[in-house]
Write a protein of this length. Structure first.
Ligand SMILES: [Zn+2]
Ligand SMILES: [Zn+2]
Length: 416
């Protein structure tokens, strides 16, 4: 078996429809997208490399400050309670919901720190660190990016804040402002880093041999590079020539893995909606709330924008994700032709929107961190929040496992 690289960098297999496209020469500000499905292949950034690096360093500093400083403080009839970022996850664990605590801890504390650290190290160490380390770090940065959910956490904070103001005097602390600055600078870093350009800089091969006719094409999922392999079909176990990630013609066992995650998510979706999400105790009287009950409470309090936000994030999006995934998986399985642009658009939509469903889980983590006054006034997490967190994570895994090119293979088979 012989593996050869394409001459470049100028060819690309669209990761969503499998079309072989030719990339245009780099022109800052230009967005190269797939002519068949509209997927963005290369967003050419205008900024210099030092700009995302400085943004990432600033975001990291804001994050470190937010980690140690107090986040929120509440006062109820002379009693007060302070919460840091880590208080919510710790409280989940103390209440016996270790999985939910681990989830919130991972997506609000570990993933943002790793993501920012890896981006800073990759951009700052481009000329210093060994290329193999840099490639691994940049791959990890790209994989971790959607799991750093500071932006979603801040929306969860907004919902928690409006609920808290109904019961207590709320004082916003410095870590909150630092977290907002961290979110803004992190978005600026993500939005200005030219991913393809970084991969080209990291590609240290002296030359790239000419392609072989009739060879198999394997677009890399990590860096986008188009690897070719002879013989065709490609043997298993190949790695990308540019970034060293494993490459496959199609994601291995894509449909069965996506079905497994989706079915598990559907099983959890029912208890997530039936069982209480949290319990509020006030003057020894306890009220439990389901997801829907929480939405109705917001609406009854006249907070319509927030009620709509939670309704979309916690009710509509998970349901829509499950229904669209079922539709995409069944049509891919039956090799149904037609509506391919719509189906690929639906895939992109649920891929983008999935993480925003975490708003309610973050809201609970903030409320349980602060409302800890026993029978006087306290909030406790309930099993519904754990099930709901499971639904969000499992549907994200299902989207990740599904290979949208399988839908296009019905009309455009790989081996003709
Ligand atoms: Zn495409
Ligand atoms: Zn690669």
């Amino acid at each position: 078996m012989e593996t050869v690289a394409h001459p470049g960098e100028d060819q690309r297999e669209c990761s969503q429809c499998g079309l072989l496209c030719r990339l245009p020469p780099r022109y800052p500000g230009l967005v190269a997208d797939c002519p068949r499905c509209g997927n963005v292949l290369w967003r050419m950034r205008r900024s210099r490399r030092s700009y995302p690096l400085s943004c990432a360093v600033a975001a990291l500093l804001f994050y470190l400050f937010a980690l140690v400083a107090p986040f929120l403080e509440i006062h109820i009839y002379g009693r007060f309670s302070v919460a840091r970022l880590s208080t919510g996850p710790a409280q989940f664990v103390l209440e016996g919901f270790g999985l939910a605590g681990a989830l919130v801890f991972t997506v609000t504390l570990i993933a943002p720190a790793l993501k920012l650290g890896l981006l800073t190290l990759t951009l700052g160490g481009l000329r210093v660190l060994p290329p193999s380390w840099l490639k691994l770090m940049f791959r990890l940065y790209l994989a971790l990016a959607p799991w750093a959910m500071i932006d979603v956490y801040l929306l969860g904070f907004l919902v928690a804040y409006t609920k808290l103001t109904a019961y207590a005097l709320v004082h916003l602390d410095t870590a909150l402002y630092a977290l907002i600055c961290c979110m803004l600078t992190m978005a600026a870093a993500d939005g200005s880093v030219d991913i393809e350009q970084i991969w080209r800089t990291l590609d240290t091969r002296a030359c790239t041999p000419k392609p072989v006719r009739g060879s198999a094409h394997l677009g890399c999922h990590a860096c986008g590079y188009l690897n070719t392999a002879a013989p065709n079909p490609a043997p298993p176990g190949m790695r990308c020539l540019r970034c060293d990630a494993p490459v496959h013609v199609r994601k291995p066992n894509s449909l069965s893995r996506a079905w497994a995650f989706l079915l598990a998510a559907m099983c959890l979706y029912i208890p997530a909606n039936i069982y209480p999400f949290m319990a509020l105790t006030q003057l020894a009287h306890t009220t439990t709330y389901t997801i829907f009950g929480g939405i109705i409470e917001l609406a009854q309090a006249g907070l319509w924008p927030l009620a709509l936000l939670v309704f979309f994030a916690s009710f509509t999006i998970p349901l829509l994700k499950i229904l669209l995934l079922i539709y995409m998986l069944i049509t891919a399985q039956l090799r149904t032709k037609g509506h391919l642009r719509f189906r690929t658009g639906a895939y992109r939509f649920i891929d983008f929107i999935g993480r925003w469903s975490m708003i309610d889980v973050f809201m609970v983590s903030i409320l349980i961190a602060l409302m800890r006054f026993g029978q006087f006034a306290s909030v406790h997490a309930a099993i519904g929040s754990v099930c709901f967190g499971g639904v969000v994570v499992l549907t994200i895994f299902a989207v990740e496992a599904f290979d949208p090119r399988l839908m296009w293979d019905a009309e455009h088979p790989i081996y003709e």
